[in-house]
Design a protein around this ligand. Structure first.
Ligand SMILES: Cc1cc2nc3c(=O)[nH]c(=O)nc-3n(C[C@H](O)[C@H](O)[C@H](O)COP(=O)(O)O)c2cc1C
Length: 101
């Protein structure tokens, strides 16, 4: 499934690949026109928190917006109102090197 979260080969070997999914059905309190904005803002905040933790723990992290949305939604068995927005790849860099090990 990792290969669907990004179009770069290295993701296949990293230990953790997070997928952020907007659940439009879970945003009943948000006016329909604003749901995409809310979901993007919420995902951005979460992604940033993971970046902060990664920086503090010496982990590498990178966010990806170019996903294979349709196939990913299918493989994750998402409902019609659930949309994968970003993926975020996490790895432990090799010493003196930012590449994944
Ligand atoms: C919302 C968002 C989506 C992104 N999507 C992609 C993407 O799909 N593919 C990609 O190579 N970089 C993407 N980037 C850029 C990378 O996350 C990263 O910032 C870039 O590769 C530079 O990383 P570095 O500063 O660690 O070298 C995206 C950045 C943001 C903020």
């Amino acid at each position: 499934m990792r290969s669907l979260t990004v179009y770069q080969d290295f993701v296949g070997i990293v230990p953790l690949d997070l997928v952020y999914v907007a659940s439009h059905g879970g945003m009943q309190y948000v006016p329909p026109k604003m749901r995409e904005t809310f979901a993007a803002a919420a995902a951005g905040v979460m992604v940033q928190n993971v970046y902060f933790y990664g920086a503090s723990a010496g982990l590498g992290a990178v966010v990806h917006g170019r996903l294979n949305w349709r196939q990913l939604a299918e493989h994750m068995s998402l409902n019609e109102d659930e949309v994968p927005i970003f993926s975020q790849t996490i790895w432990r860099p090799a010493p003196h090197n930012r590449a994944p090990v």
